[in-house]
Design a protein around this ligand. Structure first.
Ligand code: GLN
Ligand code: ZN
Length: 697
């Protein structure tokens, strides 16, 4: 039995992040950035010394899919030619970041992980760029890690006139030309997780037949049952399967080809728990069928989804370095497996209905609100860290935050907004804040790459979740005391809290949604008892938590929606429930959205210009929709006309159309107020137009 890996984090000493950020400020050169990358590669290489096969080419300065796309000449022309992107870091890094007058390429979630990739935009035929840098392939233990052509393509935007099969044939020929140019001994680790979602495309056999280097083909994030026969007969040296996200793979072992290597993903690559007896059992079953000479063990997916080292962390977590040590110990036969018993978690099946059966509708036309957070200035962040460090007393901190709330409320009143918010100044992050105030969560220090230079520190669910005492109520009631307009209480929903944490492994995610929902329900109840009549429960992660495996989706959606509804099922009838979701891919979840039972659902619709709202309404959604009319992720000042165009494109009852930004304003600066001012100007025009139509016969 041998060991290998599917990829390593690029966060060592935050070197890449810091150097790239300095490069953007003009304080570091291209050479500095390249040497930061080289240093992290050296560190990673040394850290993986214990493995029999060591992946190289698995990390990038920004995003590996972006790097792969550029290697094959996929570069949006607004940024330059493929040659420019290969030779100039400034051009390369402008693709995900955007530049003056050139919008960035979109970012999307990588399957159902919390990592985001930069979406390749294909405008012409892909052409392999011979000058693109290569990692060190001289060591025969190195294996070149490469995202496969089908996965790259299935994440791409096709702006050409070619069909997908045509594009695949062209891209695949460029892949084989590239691979065949590599030193003769080079092995390739080709990753095709999109087989799970999209199946194997036509022509994959032909592509592989043209590849003259040994290939280990990895399919992870699910089971390969649906296409196992075809997968097993592909002309490759080895096949990598994920036995954790795809337990169904175990039953396929008897059919596994005798002449191929199996790379068995048995250590969870996207969670932080030490390897358990669950993996021990899986491995025993595998070894019952697959001879040790043909067996590699590995993490289930790239370790980029976990932090680097668990040293100095609270409890016995297993991060990237620890997982490698686990693999070595398993190979040596002296692994200490943590005991594993799945908690008995019978899921409540009833629908969690409120007493009130109808939806609350505003008597104002085009009512206005915001999504919750207002700009978090350096001053706010400093006060929070001073307070945490004990350099600021509780009373001073409270007074400071209350000052910000008061000011924020006054400015919202001046603008004429209808439902106000307190601004979320006390929150660092919409999940971390809840994790800190609930019991059952443990914070971590080690960063995980969320995208590009952005690092996050997801809390870990380590025990039963509960809410010891109310924690949002006093901020909300203080804010309400500053105004006679309704003040909206702000909470993060159960699915989002679980999804943006590292969940327990011994409990289904669904059971964890309910646990968090019960804790949230207490906060909702207390907000309502304190006289807060509008409560928003954000679920921005509802869509991304959708299982990769389509057969699991209905079960997920039923319980995600039930858990969400549980949070407000017992509030009095007069309480108006809002929710917010910031994504625009609603197609697969329209029924679930309708079932959520919110009175107002605010969505991100500034980029799709109202199309999302139209499709939600067309699916029979009965309640009010909050149209995100401007993009909060940009400091750009949208024109009043642009914002007007969105509601005007829709034929909807103006009592059920709210006007709001498309997400929280936390990352904005002072310009947020100008943006809101223009939004209110648009609303005044809409209201006048509506009054005029009411007067005319
Ligand atoms: N209420 C949160 C905020 O305004 C929502 C953020 C989100 O949807 N990601 O910041
Ligand atoms: Zn949002």
């Amino acid at each position: 039995m041998k060991t290998t890996n599917l990829g390593f984090p690029n966060v060592y000493q935050s070197l890449i992040k810091q150097t790239v950020e300095r490069f953007w400020k003009g304080a570091a050169t291209e050479k500095d950035v390249q040497s930061a990358l080289a240093e992290v590669m050296r560190y990673n290489r040394a850290a993986q010394e214990s493995l029999n096969l060591i992946p190289v080419g698995d990390i990038d300065l920004y995003d590996r899919l972006l790097a792969t796309a550029v290697r094959f000449g996929i570069v949006p022309s607004r940024f330059g030619t493929p040659k420019d992107a290969v030779s100039s870091l400034a051009v390369y890094l402008s693709i995900p970041r955007g530049a003056e007058g050139k919008p960035a390429s979109p970012m999307v979630k990588w399957f159902n992980t919390n990592y985001h990739i930069v979406q390749p935009e294909i405008e012409g035929d892909p052409v392999w760029q011979k000058d693109a840098l290569l990692p060190d392939l001289s060591d025969p233990r190195h294996i070149l890690s490469l995202i496969g052509p089908w996965t790259l393509l299935s994440y791409s935007i096709n702006r050409t006139s070619r069909s997908l099969p045509e594009l695949f044939a062209i891209l695949a020929s460029q892949y084989s030309a590239f691979i065949n140019s590599l030193p003769a001994h080079t092995r390739i680790q080709l990753e095709e997780p999109s087989f799970i979602t999209e199946g194997i495309p036509q022509g994959y056999e032909d592509f592989l037949a043209g590849v003259k280097r040994p290939v280990h083909l990895h399919v992870y994030f699910g089971a390969v049952n649906d296409f196992a026969e075809r997968l097993f007969s592909l002309p490759v040296a080895g096949i990598g399967l994920d036995f954790l996200d795809g337990p169904g793979n175990l039953s396929l072992l008897p059919k596994f080809p005798q002449d191929k290597i199996l790379i068995a993903g048995i250590v969870n690559g996207h969670n932080v728990w030490p390897v358990s007896t669950r993996s021990e059992k899986i491995l025993a079953t595998i070894r019952g069928t697959i001879a040790d000479e043909r067996l590699f063990i590995s993490p289930s997916c790239s370790l980029l989804h976990v932090p680097l080292s668990a040293e100095g962390e609270a409890a016995g977590f297993s991060f990237a370095l620890e997982k490698l040590a686990e693999l070595s110990a398993i190979k040596a036969g002296d692994a200490k497996y943590a005991p594993f018993t799945m908690q008995n978690d019978a899921l409540p099946e009833e629908r969690f209905a409120r007493k009130r059966k109808t939806y609350w509708v505003s008597d104002i036309v085009y009512p206005t609100t915001t999504i919750g957070s207002f700009p978090q200035t350096a001053e706010v962040r400093k006060a929070r860290s001073d307070w945490r460090a004990g350099k600021m007393t509780d009373a001073d901190y409270q007074r400071f935050i209350e000052g910000l709330i008061k000011d924020c409320v006054a400015r919202q009143e001046d603008l004429g907004l209808d439902v106000l918010v307190h601004g979320e100044f006390e929150r660092n992050d919409m999940v971390q804040y809840f994790a800190e105030n609930f019991s059952g969560f443990t914070p971590i220090k080690g960063p995980v790459q969320s995208y590009g230079t952005r690092h996050v520190r997801p809390p870990v669910i380590t025990g039963p979740v509960s809410r010891p005492q109310p924690f949002t109520v006093s901020w909300s009631t203080y804010a309400q005391s500053c105004t006679r307009k309704p003040m909206k209480g702000m909470l993060t929903g159960p699915v989002t809290i679980v999804k943006w944490s590292f969940p327990r492994e011994d409990m289904s995610p669904e059971a964890q949604y309910y646990e968090v929902a019960r804790a949230l329900a207490e906060e909702v109840r207390d907000l309502a008892s304190a006289g807060i009549t509008h409560i928003q429960i954000d679920e921005p992660a509802l869509r991304e938590a959708l299982p990769v495996d389509k057969s699991e989706r209905a079960h997920y959606l039923r319980h995600a929606v039930n858990a969400f509804r549980h949070t407000f099922a017992s509030v009095p009838d007069e309480v108006v429930i809002h929710s917010h979701m910031c994504f625009s891919e609603f197609t697969d979840i329209l029924d679930a959205i309708r079932e959520m039972g919110t009175d107002v659902l605010s969505i991100e619709d500034s980029k799709a210009k109202g199309k999302v709202a139209a499709s939600i309404r067309a699916s029979g959604f009965p309640a009010s929709i909050g149209l995100g009319v401007f993009d909060v992720h940009s400091p750009r000042l949208p024109t009043v006309e642009e914002m007007l165009a969105i509601p005007r494109s829709l034929d909807l009852d103006p009592h059920r159309v709210w006007i709001n930004p498309d997400c929280g304003l936390k990352t904005r600066g002072e310009e947020a107020w100008t943006q809101l001012g223009r939004m209110m100007e648009a609303v005044r025009i809409l209201r006048k137009e509506w009054t005029d139509t009411q007067k005319s016969p």
